[in-house]
Design a protein around this ligand. Sequence first.
Ligand code: 1GP
Length: 241
Amino acid sequence: MGEIYNNICNATAKGEKLLAVLIDPDKFILENTERFIEKVNCSKANFILVGGSTVDDNATDALVKELKMHTSLPVIIFPGDITQITDRADALLFLSLISGRNPEYLIGKHVQSVSKIRATKLELISTGYILIENGKETAVQRITGTTPMPRTQVQNIIDTAKAGELLGMKLIYLEAGSGALHPITPEIIQGVKQELNIPLIVGGGIKSAKQLEEAYGSGADIVVIGTAFEEDERFFDELLK
Ligand code: 1GP
């Protein structure tokens, strides 16, 4: 077990809640890194996730290089594609889109990525990624050509998450999509958490301290927030250490 995953499991076992700030290299202005990261460093964030659905080649590598100069927080790649894999990061969420039925995103891209991963020292964390409909089409849906799971099909979502765990995945990520209109509901989070023996990540559309607490209270072990910080850095001030 790698160090980052070990730390996540230890925190989860103690009931400690973790926060990840998501930075999309495609939307982020590299010159702003130092100022932005200063805010991240002072906030409750435990990790930085880097990734996006459509990112220019080398943009992820350049961003991670810059981030590492300004923070000691672990940087984890949350890849939309193979081009986003960079050895400058600490870990990589090795995602399988188990809500969808597109073989490319279940196993195809993974096979293609192995030669690149083999040349890195990245800690790999196998993650079952579950996209849930949130009221509008998301980039993940468009790019992967998969259908998100309906929010009303709670048992199906729970069974999908459990199947991911039974396949050996180390984390389950419930995703409403970047800028989601509706974050994942407490009912879904509670149902999935009750079934799982592995840590649970929840993200998409969380824009307030209240929604963050609601996700934690429902059973999320890690919450991912991107858009709310991108749109207004004052949100960091609400989430000081
Ligand atoms: C998206 O879950 C993440 O992949 C974060 O979503 O940008 O809406 O916070 P937001």
